[in-house]
Design a binder for this molecule. Structure first.
Ligand code: UT7
Length: 354
């Protein structure tokens, strides 16, 4: 059975660098709080009108180029995103057509922060079974569409207007402050290929899901349980903005990430000393520090970029991989652990020999 190897990666982020100070002008927050509680220092926002697939196409082009694979070879596209360009269809067909790929199977998955790991397992399963030989997997998000800001607020954030915004807008924006400060826009893609080299490739992915805590992190409005599925009243209530019980999610994330990382290492007879690199979902630096401490992973084996990009949901892990690979931190034969937790709730871990 062939094993799946990542043969190329590429990324693209929103073009506007947004500091914590810029956000403090439009909502009740400050640089010290955001750094201390989350580790985020900056994030990047797209311009209005730039979509998830706009970033994803650039990331995918770079990944394909970096892999040296011809576009005709790609025989499956998987798109992981919770912020697709349209309610339907998903972004995978947009990638297929905009990249000029053949008329191959294209599908979207919706596992939020664990989307990339769910995508990796799907890609791996297709490759192992012989259904696909060369898979493009794109994790991409434009979160700014969720942000309930007025045109004036956007102008102040982007420095086109010195402010201040109205007291009413400031109060409205501040209602969502615990969530809005965490997220940024970004995309990253990988190309996977089947190889017969027994000692390289994805070793195992363990995935878990449990819907009972769905309401700890979800978007309460704009869904097909409503008739019509969207309405001005929902927007007036702010039901289009994700609801997040930060403390509950923090607790679940630390528990589940430690559990699943331990399980994937145990099942494969691997210990922390065998790992070369650890890529953890970038939701909160404190979550990752807690997990690393409990798993006994030394700092030098972990890379992070939450301080620059914030949480880019499905793009966090491939972004880390792409940066590490370009910095020469991924060498053939290295054992890499990836671990993530997110809305759903979903969580998972992958062991991969580069
Ligand atoms: O990938 C998606 C998965 N999401 C996550 O993994 C998120 C997990 N949770 C977290 O990252 C953290 O819970 C947060 C960063 C969201 C919040 O940090 P926290 O240490 O859990 O803070 P908290 O929610 O307990 O709030 C502490 C205080 C509160 O004020 P009071 O009640 O103590 O007066 C909040 O109102 O901090 C206040 N607060 C803020 N202050 C300044 C909440 N957000 C902000 C803010 N700026 N942006």
């Amino acid at each position: 059975m062939p094993k799946s190897i990542i043969v190329g990666s590429g990324s693209e982020i929103g073009k506007n660098r947004i500091t914590n100070d810029a956000l403090s002008k439009v909502l009740d927050t400050n640089d010290a709080w955001i750094r201390e509680r989350s580790g985020v220092e900056t994030r990047y926002y797209v311009d209005a009108g730039t979509s998830t697939s706009d970033l994803g196409v650039i990331a995918a082009e770079r990944a394909i180029e970096n892999s040296g694979v011809a576009k005709e070879e790609v025989d499956l596209v998987i798109s992981a995103t919770m912020t697709p360009d349209y309610f339907f269809p998903g972004n995978s067909g947009i990638y297929q057509t905009r990249l000029g790929l053949r008329q191959i199977p294209c599908f979207d998955i919706r596992q939020q922060c664990v989307g990339f790991l769910y995508g990796l397992q799907l890609a791996d399963a297709h490759i192992r079974s012989g259904l696909a030989k060369t898979v493009l997997l794109v994790g991409a998000e434009v979160h700014t569409g969720f942000m309930p800001f007025s045109p004036k607020t956007w102008d102040v954030i982007h420095g086109r207007d010195p402010g201040p915004i109205s007291a009413e807008d400031f109060e409205w924006n501040s209602r969502f402050r615990h969530l809005l400060v965490l997220f940024g826009d970004g995309a990253s893609a990988v190309v996977l290929k089947g190889h017969d080299e027994a000692d390289r490739g994805i070793v195992e992915t363990i995935l878990c899901g449990d819907g009972k805590d769905l309401d700890k992190l979800y978007v309460p409005g704009t869904g097909f349980r409503f008739r019509p599925y969207t309405s001005p009243e929902q927007f007036a209530r702010g039901d289009h903005v994700p609801v997040m019980d930060g403390r509950a999610v923090f607790k679940m994330a630390t528990t589940r990430m430690i559990e699943v990382a331990t399980e994937v290492m145990k099942r494969n007879g691997v210990s922390v000393s065998d790992l070369s690199l650890v890529l953890m979902h970038q939701a909160n630096m404190r979550i990752n520090e807690y997990c690393a401490k409990h798993l006994g992973i030394p700092k030098e084996k972990i890379v992070h970029n939450i301080e620059r990009y914030g949480n880019t949901t499905a793009a966090t892990i491939p972004l880390l991989f792409d940066e590490a690979a370009r910095a020469g931190k991924v060498q053939e034969g290295d054992l890499i652990l990836m671990v993530a937790f997110g809305a759903g709730m979903n969580w998972g871990a992958t062991l991969m020999r580069a």
